[in-house]
Ligand binder design. Structure first.
Ligand SMILES: *Cc1c(COP(=O)(O)O)cnc(C)c1O
Length: 449
């Protein structure tokens, strides 16, 4: 078995996600044989440092012995069971622990099996809550510019990344999109906090105008990951919590990418000291092992659905693999690592190493910004630094960085012209230096002409 034979077989039967398949006429895909820690090994003996945590899911490395053991142990007793009318130990323990770990007031867990579905659940629950409350007018959602909440039609509708959304626009519900707090656009001399605070006026205005029709505001706390890793200040979340209360609108926090320590705190909302009405989690929830997602909400929202069956107020939403026992056991093993090791403290050391290694790039003539929140570091390549004029997307300069990195044992997967690191927490300081040295060379290559 080698790379070539597997690629040939793959290309004759598969259709890969988020991929123009024709690219594979010249861009080789990489069959992976095994993973260990931060490393992925292919069939020809090459290895790649997974600096993007396999699409932001992996927290404690591939083939982590403790998570492996947790799943193996669960496998001996129960792999899966219907979660309507039945329950199981891992899902109960996981729910108890999530309720304890998430911001106070999030006391109920509803499970699905991927991030987009968790978003659909939050949107439907919010709408349905207002229906049950007799507020029949509320049927709209407010979202931020440059946001991303997944690819299913409801989740896509509340997102704002044109590349994924535009084609399907005729299929999508109408959403109120408000200019977001993304600090990339702050004025010279303005702090990120000042800018985020200033931009809240758009949200305030939208709520003032539409609150009677609006079920909820949905945001990605602190980092808009798929939207080029753009970042903003916690003050915006504080102001949003306050405004949602004043206008009688729900606050949905999509922590699918930023949850579980990515931004420096266990959940990003903690940095603003707020509790949203709904919090969606997935990705790192199982340490990057198995598909699972959860939408947490408050007891009072739960109570609005709790009534005699004939009232037809129940939330009749389900997915076949909801609350899968193996996935829950992977999540429990992941939470055990957080409980037994001071992950957030050791991440601070790693984040510092990322900051130091990336600092020289700030002066690069084709880097507009190096930005960071905890374990997420992003470098924005531009055509012209002073005006932040972007490169033409058709030039696909990020691909040059991608290919250079692969030749040097690092898996980076730039978002257009934005190169980022979101490594597993088991990465070492030396490996971070290696990743940034490779990224820097890649940026040199990509911006040469
Ligand atoms: C990945 C992601 C989703 C969608 O999750 P899937 O499991 O890919 O459906 C939603 N919101 C955010 C912020 C994400 O990063």
């Amino acid at each position: 078995m080698n790379n070539k034979s597997l690629i040939d077989r793959d290309l004759s039967v598969l259709w890969h996600p988020c991929t123009q398949m024709k690219d594979h006429e010249w861009l080789p895909m990489i069959p992976i044989k095994r993973g260990e820690g931060v490393w992925l090994y292919d069939f020809d003996g090459s290895r790649y440092l997974d600096a993007i945590s396999s699409w932001w899911v992996n927290l404690f490395g591939h083939a982590n012995p403790r998570i492996n053991a947790g799943i193996k142990q669960q496998l001996e007793s129960l792999e899966h069971v219907i979660v309507a009318g039945f329950t199981h130990e891992p899902i109960i323990e996981l729910s108890e622990r999530l309720v304890a770990l998430t911001p106070p007031g999030l006391d109920r867990c509803f499970y699905a099996d991927n991030g987009s579905s968790a978003i659909e659940v939050a949107l439907k629950m919010s709408f349905h809550y207002w229906q049950n409350q007799g507020q029949k007018k509320k049927h709209k959602f407010i979202a931020l510019s440059n946001s991303y909440h997944g690819e299913t039609l409801g989740a896509l509708a509340v997102g704002d990344v044109a590349l994924y959304k535009q084609t399907y626009a005729p299929l999508l519900m109408d959403v109120i999109t408000v200019p977001g707090p993304d600090c990339y656009f702050r004025e010279p001399g303005e702090t990120c906090a000042q800018y985020s605070e200033r931009m809240f006026s758009h949200m305030e205005q939208a709520l003032q105008q539409h609150a009677d029709d609006v079920c909820a505001v949905i945001v990605e706390p602190l980092v808009q990951c798929a939207g080029s890793m753009r970042m903003y200040d916690p003050v915006y979340l504080k102001m949003l919590r306050n405004a949602c209360d004043r206008f009688n609108v729900h606050f949905i926090a999509d922590e699918i990418a930023v949850g579980f320590g990515r931004t420096g705190s266990l959940f990003a909302c903690e940095q603003a000291g707020v509790t949203p009405d709904f919090m969606c989690l997935s990705k790192g929830l199982t340490g990057g092992y198995l598909p699972l997602s959860v939408t947490l909400t408050t007891e009072s929202i739960y109570q609005a659905f709790y009534d005699d069956y004939e009232q037809l107020t129940a939330f009749l939403h389900s997915h076949s693999y909801t609350g899968n026992a193996l996935a829950c056991s992977a999540a429990l093993a992941t939470l055990n690592i957080f409980a037994e090791e001071d992950v957030l403290t050791s991440n601070r050391v790693l984040a510092k190493a990322m900051q130091i290694s990336a600092a020289p790039l700030q002066d690069h003539p084709h880097v507009a910004e190096v930005r960071q929140k905890g374990m997420i570091l992003a470098i924005e390549m531009v055509k012209e630094k002073a005006s932040k004029t972007p490169y033409d997307w058709r030039e696909r300069r990020g691909l040059t960085v991608y290919r250079h990195a692969l030749e040097n044992e690092v898996l980076l997967r730039p978002l257009g012209n934005v190169i980022y690191l979101m490594p597993p927490y088991v990465v070492t300081e030396e490996q971070i230096q290696q990743c940034l040295s490779v990224a820097t060379q890649g940026i040199e290559l990509a911006t040469q002409s």
